[in-house]
Design a protein around this ligand. Structure first.
Ligand code: GLY
Length: 595
């Protein structure tokens, strides 16, 4: 052994010195390489999954028709907002369980020219005739049939106002162009895949109260579509053409509005002509925080998403998460305890900022996080009933959804999450419009302390009031690095949206994963009440045992979220669509595509 080694070393001092210098140079280069790789979460070859890569723009959605429609707009020179609005309208046709005209949502836009992030709030709002106790029965209990499955459950829709406002302010293409793919797909139809077929069979019973829905989504009003059969939506095509011709006015004051009001009268709903005419999408300041040197921009109230995303990141920033490792028992413990503290605050302090004083700057302050962090027991779980909401005021300076992300070659980025609330919302379609209605009124606290469909407990701040927007968890997010968009992400998932987005950011920043690995990694969630740590199948059983020993009640449940993310590193876009939801076509389960 020694001999062999000696034999390999050249003892000539000049050659030896040259070799030594060469080796030192190599070492230096690889060190620089390592540092650069650590600086930027490079979508590299170290991962198991490989992201989609492109140079001229990217679209990530839950649906291939929508992705292709958005991509075509980018191809023609349109910007990220043009593509996003086109995607939003297309999903209303090809992804009817969550894509919508009759719902609402939130859009975050990074504008390259002004180097600014804006937040567009097109959340539904309560009708003027809504009352705080409208969902309580005679005994004072919440009647969930009313709050989820009736015309009373419908909030005044915001999607058409939101998408048209985005296009008018920040887009470059005409509304007709943005609506063209949606109109074509509604008129000519598109083949039903397993995912759509399955989701319709699941919702059939709930949909049965609406003959307009049944006529559209079931053959002869009762029979499920077979795979490959065309789903044609003539009424929806009419509605989309009205919007193309007359703009948002068609929906809020024109022929569509008339039909919505007539349906409300017939079905016992509250939405009136005045409710529709007075609906406005609102441009708000996004919430902003930092995490280990990255700038995090996300949605402000009436979504709780951005506030609590930043609050949890602030709490976790105080721990060396990358040293603790990804999905180790200790990391999950720290994440869980941080999530509980944030969701406890959500139950008391969050609501529509136009109605209640949401202490946003306190909730996202680093000093408040410091105070809260001291409450975390490093070794064992604190039961949720021992965690009251905190007092952020002292620091004052607030299922089935779908998300899509777009980045363009001009440097703009869009992160959009919108929804009908449940899959297919109320299941009710407004007759002769093809428009499905949301059941977003259930996101209000029908009674303080009572939970909504996601088990989320709300307080007085989120009580029903006329024209108030119901609290949301939607968390469309844009992360900047050195002042430029680095990561665009978001997810559906009700109460689990916030923690899903959190884990994408942690996986990329703390655990240096590429965006495909960050997306596919097993997820966890805790929301204070119910006091259980929910994990996806696939979390190591040893970790589950260790967490149980720390006092966590671990529940293995269904998958959580369906993220659509794009990362920009250098000249390239790297993207990943969540494999947790698919279009069901084996040859095309990934809807992140680039140019
Ligand atoms: N409807 C779910 C949410 O807005 O959080």
């Amino acid at each position: 052994m020694i001999k062999r080694l000696k034999g390999e070393i050249n003892l000539n001092p000049t050659v030896g010195m040259k070799k030594l210098l060469f080796c030192l140079l190599l070492l230096l280069c690889s060190l620089i390489g390592c540092i650069r790789a650590r600086e930027t979460a490079v979508p590299g070859h170290e991962g198991i999954f490989y992201p989609v890569v492109a140079r001229n723009g990217m679209v990530a959605t839950d649906n291939r028709y929508a992705t292709e429609a958005g991509l075509q707009v980018l191809r023609e020179g349109g910007n990220a907002v043009d593509a996003a609005v086109t995607v939003g309208f297309t999903l209303a046709v090809t992804y009817p369980r969550a894509g919508n005209l009759g719902g609402g949502g939130f859009m975050l836009v990074y504008l390259a020219k002004s180097n600014k992030v804006i937040a567009l709030d097109y959340r539904e709002k309560a009708p003027k005739a809504a009352t705080p106790d409208m969902f309580l029965d005679e005994s004072g209990n919440v009647d969930t049939e009313k709050s989820r499955h009736s015309y009373l459950a419908v909030g005044v829709p915001g999607t058409v106002a939101g998408l048209t406002l985005a296009l008018q302010k920040y887009g470059t293409i005409s509304l007709e162009r943005a609506l063209k793919p949606a109109i074509g797909l509604a008129e000519r139809g598109f083949p039903v895949d397993e995912y759509l077929r399955g989701s319709l069979i699941e919702v059939k019973e709930r949909m049965q109260s609406s003959s307009a829905s049944m006529e559209i989504f079931f053959k002869k009003g009762t029979v499920p579509y077979e795979l490959g059969e065309l789903l044609i939506q003539k009424d929806l095509a009419w509605g989309l053409k009205e919007i193309a011709k007359y703009g948002a006015g068609a929906f809020y004051r024109g022929e569509i509005a008339k039909k919505i009001v007539a349906a409300m009268k017939e079905g016992g709903g509250l939405i009136t002509k005045e409710d529709l005419a007075s609906y406005k999408a609102i441009i708000r300041e996004p919430v902003h925080g930092t995490y280990r040197g990255y700038d995090i921009y996300s949605m402000p109230p009436p979504s709780s998403g951005g506030v609590h995303l930043i609050q949890i990141l602030n709490l976790l920033e105080g721990f060396p998460i990358s040293e603790h490792g990804h999905n180790t028992a200790h990391t999950i413990h720290l994440m869980t305890e941080s999530m509980k503290l944030a969701y406890a605050d959500r139950s008391k302090n969050l609501g529509d900022p136009d109605f209640v004083p949401v202490p946003v700057s306190g909730l996202i302050s680093k000093r408040y996080a410091e105070e809260l962090r001291h409450k975390i027991n490093l070794y064992g779980a604190t039961p949720s009933n021992k965690i009251p909401p905190g007092n952020p005021m002292n620091y004052e300076e607030s299922d089935h959804t779908t998300h899509f992300s777009v980045m363009d070659k001009y440097g703009n980025a869009v992160s959009n999450t919108y929804t009908l609330n449940f899959s297919y919302g109320t299941g009710i379609t407004v007759s002769r419009t093809g428009i499905l209605l949301n059941n977003e009124m259930d996101d209000f606290s029908a009674k303080p302390g009572a939970s909504n469909a996601y088990g989320l407990i709300g307080g007085e701040y989120n009580a029903i009031q006329p024209e108030k927007r119901m609290l949301s968890s939607m968390t469309p997010t844009i992360v900047l690095k050195d002042g430029k968009p680095f990561l665009v992400t978001g997810s559906p998932g009700g109460s689990r949206i916030i923690t899903t987005v959190l884990q994408i950011i942690m996986n990329v920043i703390d655990h240096r994963m590429n965006i495909a690995d960050a997306t596919n990694a097993v997820r966890i969630h805790h929301q204070w009440f119910p006091d259980e740590l929910r994990v996806e199948k696939g979390l190591n059983m040893d970790i589950i045992r260790l967490l149980t020993e720390k006092g966590h009640k671990v529940v293995i449940g269904d998958v959580m979220g369906s993220t659509q993310s794009i990362m920009r590193v250098g000249d390239f876009f790297y993207g990943a669509s969540d494999p947790r939801s698919t279009g069901g076509l084996a040859w095309d389960t990934d809807f992140c595509l680039g140019l």
